[in-house]
Each structure stands twice: as C-alpha cells, then as structure tokens.
Write a protein that binds this ligand. Structure first.
Ligand SMILES: Cc1cc2nc3c(=O)[nH]c(=O)nc-3n(C[C@H](O)[C@H](O)[C@H](O)COP(=O)(O)OP(=O)(O)OC[C@H]3O[C@@H](n4cnc5c(N)ncnc54)[C@H](O)[C@@H]3O)c2cc1C
Length: 496
C-alpha cells in the first residue's frame, strides 16, 4: 500500500522547516511529510563544517518571520543557525514529520488522478520507497550536496600537501602553524581566511579577481537595544523591517549610482587597510556592486588579519601546482602545506529531480518560472528559492505562505490541480538570474528562464513580492485550476 500525503516537502533545511510551519499554521487539516536525503536536519548549516562557518546576512532577515532571533550576534556562526533551525522544528513538532535518509529521485504527475507519485531511495541500500501526494514542495536548496565546484588545476596531483574543498572539511584537521593557501575570493574564502589565520603559520587568499568586501558589526546595537526594551516579537519585527529596507535602499543606490557606491566601498577598504595598501589591485572588482553578492565581514575580521600580517591577499592566476605549493603566472611561487579550494558550489536545480507529467519528461530549461516558485505547464509543484540580493528566508517564507493560499483556494473551490499556463501570451524571455557569479553562470543552461513581465518575472524585491504574494489574487488568469478528470467527466455527464 502506497502512503499518501496532501503535501510532500523535499528537504529539511531552513526552507523545509519553514514549509512545515506554514503548512501546519495555514492549512492545518492537510497531511504532510518532509523527506530528507541526509540523516540530519539543517541542510547547509549542517553540511558545512569549515572553521568560522557563518552567515553573511543578518539573522533578523535570514531568520523566520515567525520565530524571533534572540542571540546578540546578528551575523551568526553556523552552529547557532543550525540550533535555531533545530529549535524551530522541535518547538512546532515539525521534527516529527521528517523522514531521514529519503533521497527523492523522481516525481511523476498523473492528470487523471491529480497526484504525484514520488520515488525516493532509502538509506544505504537505496531501496526505492514510493509515496503519493497532491502537491510537491521542493525545499532542496540550490546546489549539489555531493561535491562542490573544483576546477582541475594543472599538476594538482604533484602537490605534496593536503588539498581540501570547504564542502568536505576534515573534522580532525590540525592546521596550527601551517602555511595555507585559500583559492577564491567569495563568501567562503573571506570567512575562512581570518579564522584559519588565528592558528595557522600564514594564510594567503589567492584570487584571480577581487570581490567587494564590506565590514559590518557582528552585533546589531539597534536590535539589541530594542530587544531589551520591547517584547521579543515586536523588537524582532521592527529590526527585520529596518534591515529589509536598508538592504533594499543600498541595493537601489548601487544600481543607480554604481560608480559612487564602488568608490565608497573602496574608500572604506582603504581606511581599514591603511594608505599604503594596494586596494586598487586586491579589492577593486571588474564588475559593479551587486552584480554579484557583496561579501560582508563581521567586525573587520578579514582586514584585521591582513593588518596583523597573519594573512595576505595575492591577485594572480595559477599556472600550476608544484610539490611545495602553487606557481603563479607572474612567476612567483606560493609555498603551502595545505591548499583550500574555496572555488564555490555546483548549482543543481531541484536537486536534479526527474519530473514527468503524464509520462512526458519535463525539460526545465524550456519552462518559465511563475512568481519565482512554480513552472509553466508543471502542475502542483512549487520550489523555495531565496533572493540573490537579500536573505534567502525572506522569499522562502513568502513562497510558503503563497503555497498555503493556493492550497486553501483549491480546497474552497473543489479544485485538484493548479498549473501556470503561458497559453498564447507573448512573453519575452530572460535568463533565470541576472547575476554574474561563476556558480550561476555555469548553471544557467540547466535552469528555467523568466519572462519580462509579471507573473513570469522575478523581481528580487521583498516589498514587491510581499504585496504580490501575500495580497495578490491567486486566481490571476494565468494559473489554470482544474478538477480531477473523473469528476469532470461526471459533471459533464450531469450537464448533458
Ligand atoms: C556556506 C554558505 C553560507 C550561506 N550563507 C547565507 C547567508 O548568509 N544568507 C543567505 O541568505 N543565504 C546564505 N546561503 C544560502 C543558503 O543555502 C540558504 O540561506 C539556506 O540555508 C537554504 O536553505 P534551504 O533549506 O532552501 O536549502 P539547504 O540548506 O540546501 O537544504 C536543503 C535540504 O534538502 C535536502 N535535499 C536536497 N536534495 C534532496 C533530495 N533529492 N531528496 C531529499 N532531500 C534532499 C538536503 O539534504 C538539505 O537538507 C549560504 C549558503 C552556503 C553554502
């Protein structure tokens, strides 16, 4: 007998737990289960174990709208975020809905039954388990859990030391006194460098090209003051809105006046590092602010380790690895005991899920995203994706709310299926994301696309999405609602 649920949520990370909360709260009569491929909760915040792992957004916006963040630090470390996710799941009994070691592989939609047949591989044996559901909610994140992006460097095998990717950090690695080269300049590299530099002999951040790096206080004095004076929920809501609006304001400024914003970021870096430091080479990217995510560093920690001489930045290209380190195109050689390849993630759309509708395999790059959460001609399936220019959870919470509104609308009107349909609408098409980061560019060919107008356009704008998703019409003329085929036939027979 195949077990049936109204909703199957895939993934027990930040998004999957938000989905559980919203389903319980907004659609209390619906049955749901969370299928999680790994043996633990938390997703990203459980997987990544490298030293210093932390958020680079503030927790007032990365936290859930419904669960105040009560720690003093706004830029939080990985274990605190994991605890927050676990505590939320336990507080609302969502943890009891999770089935671990269920790696979802396939989903087949039958229009006749208005149901998904979902197949997962269970445990080590990878035995196939099947479930059916009416609605499939993918909260599986955006990258490949098995491996990170690791370009092959020439003569990599000749290096006599240790090569580590941050996605697979060895638990017992002793790096005290070691010479470490961290390849990369993204969020992971700028997190790792100051943390490793506390114990290592010396750390070099080796970058091909720079990233914008901005310091921000780890603790938000405004938030902590408010929390002391006001009830936790009110203080949290106020800080959350303040940070959302500040983030949107800064993003708009960066778009409108890129040269001025760029000059200001470089001025701040120069102030941190002193007049003699070569900011123009090491902290002056080729792109404009917010064409890629800015790197935030808490309490200037990266700049402090550079000033102390515990770490340094080298902007150059790798020629090849040598037994003792890395030979650069400039001819310089960097000596290393350990090389950390902070070269990024491999983006993976919907966890690589094989999706078919009435026996027809869905080719997602040929679909358009609807409201940034559903896909043209794919019924009863939504996915949680965050913003590129703000905290992930802001969009994820709105998506969860909207999915519940959709489910309630269908219940009220006796519908079994909802499918975004392009029909004959003329919509110009754009790439899914307008973002120049390497991991996005490498994956664009495998991603759906977006349209140039609503509801096919993604705005990367919380305020706009909030109005559209919390208050906008569910029955918007684009979403097609239908009943189960058998019931439709009965109704047609009655009418004839
Ligand atoms: C190092 C790092 C730092 C980050 N910092 C920030 C930040 O500061 N701010 C921000 O906004 N974003 C940040 N992000 C993005 C971050 O991933 C999101 O903020 C958020 O954690 C995503 O939550 P999620 O639940 O959607 O996905 P994930 O955390 O990736 O969780 C997905 C879950 O789904 C499970 N899963 C995947 N595929 C399957 C399958 N086929 N079957 C069953 N289960 C499956 C996974 O095992 C995992 O548990 C960061 C990402 C990384 C890697």
């Amino acid at each position: 007998m195949i077990e049936h649920f109204d909703v199957i949520v895939v993934g027990a990370g930040l998004s999957g737990i938000s989905a559980g909360y919203h389903l319980q709260h907004n659609t209390p009569r619906k049955s749901y289960v969370i299928l999680e491929g790994r043996a633990s909760i938390g997703g990203t915040w459980d997987l990544f174990r490298y030293p210093g792992i932390r958020s680079d957004s503030d927790m007032y916006t990365l936290g859930y709208r419904f669960k105040p963040w009560r720690e003093a630090k706004a830029i939080a470390d990985g274990p605190s975020i994991l605890k927050y996710v676990r505590d939320t799941a336990a507080e609302y009994g969502i943890d009891r809905k999770i089935r671990y070691r269920h790696m979802v592989k396939r989903a087949r939609w039958s229009t006749a039954d208005a149901r998904w047949m979902v197949e997962a591989e269970q445990g080590e044996s990878r035995d196939i388990v099947r479930y059916t559901c009416n609605f499939l909610f993918m909260c599986s994140g955006y990258y490949d859990y098995d491996s990170g992006y690791a370009p092959a460097f020439a003569d990599q095998d000749k290096f006599a030391g240790l090569i580590i990717h941050p996605q697979h950090w060895p638990e017992d690695l002793d790096y005290a006194g070691k010479r470490i080269v961290v390849i990369g300049s993204g969020a992971t590299a700028v997190t790792l460098v100051p943390e490793l530099a506390r114990k290592a002999g010396h750390v070099v951040m080796l970058q091909r090209s720079p990233t914008y790096v901005v310091s921000r206080p780890a603790e938000d004095a405004f938030a902590n003051r408010l929390r002391r004076r006001l009830p936790a929920r009110l203080a949290y809501a106020m800080t959350r809105w303040r940070n959302v609006l500040l983030g949107m304001h800064f993003f708009r400024l960066a778009r409108k006046y890129p040269d001025r914003v760029k000059a200001e970021i470089l001025r701040l870096a120069q102030k941190e590092l002193g007049a003699d430091y070569d900011v123009a080479t090491h902290f002056n990217p080729r792109y404009n602010p917010w064409d890629q995510r800015l790197c935030l560093v808490p309490d200037s920690d990266l700049f402090a380790s550079l000033n102390a001489g515990d770490a340094s930045v080298v902007t150059d290209q790798i020629d090849r690895f040598t037994p003792g380190g890395i030979l650069l195109r400039s001819g310089k050689e960097l000596a290393a005991d350990i090389i950390v390849t902070a070269t990024g993630l491999k983006m993976l759309f919907l966890a690589g899920l094989e999706v078919s509708v009435d026996g027809q395999r869905i080719d997602f790059p040929a679909t358009l995203t609807y409201k940034g959460m559903m896909y043209s001609d794919v019924p009863n399936l939504a996915s949680a994706f965050g913003y590129t220019n703000a905290s992930w959870t802001l969009k994820c919470d709105l998506t969860c709310e909207y999915v519940c509104r959709l489910l309630n609308h269908m219940d009220r009107h006796g519908f079994a299926a909802c499918t975004p349909r392009l029909k004959n609408a003329e919509v110009d098409v754009e790439p899914w994301l307008d973002f120049t980061s390497g991991y996005v560019q490498r994956a664009l060919h495998a991603l759906p696309r977006q349209g140039t107008k609503v509801p096919w356009k993604m705005h990367q704008n919380y305020a706009r999405d909030l109005i559209a998703l919390r208050f906008g019409r569910v029955d918007d003329g684009v979403m097609e609602f239908s009943r189960v085929a058998a019931r439709q036939e009965e109704e047609a027979a009655l009418l004839s």
